[in-house]
Ligand binder design. Structure first.
Ligand code: FES
Length: 105
């Protein structure tokens, strides 16, 4: 298995108290990561797709946020239901899921 993945996914797992503002952890980034791990295994992408949790990526009110390298695709408002599409279209098909790409504030 190669040590260098084709795609490296960083999912924001910041968890702030609700009174301190929105955060991806509070709205379910754990579930997104769980689904992603499942989809990576189910599609036999271990080693080709690596995933890590990360701290705040910036637009907290647009979470769950994630960024995919090497190209730096930034996905916002990601739900667990979106994960199979990201895996199929992006990690297998090589095309970013445009409807989830962050459009900016
Ligand atoms: S808390 Fe996730 S982007 Fe800031």
């Amino acid at each position: 298995m190669s040590m260098i993945p084709d795609f490296h996914v960083f999912v924001c797992i910041t968890n702030r108290p609700p009174q301190a503002g929105g955060s991806c952890g509070n709205i379910g980034s754990g579930k997104v990561m769980e689904q992603m791990q499942f989809a990576i295994m189910e599609n036999d992408l271990m080693g080709r797709v690596r995933m890590n949790g990360t701290t705040c990526l910036g637009p907290c009110d647009d979470g769950v946020n994630m960024v995919v390298y090497p190209e730096g695709t930034f996905y916002a408002h990601v739900t667990p239901e979106d994960v199979p599409e990201i895996v199929k279209e992006h990690f297998i098909g090589g095309k970013a899921v445009q409807r989830l790409v962050y459009k900016g504030a």
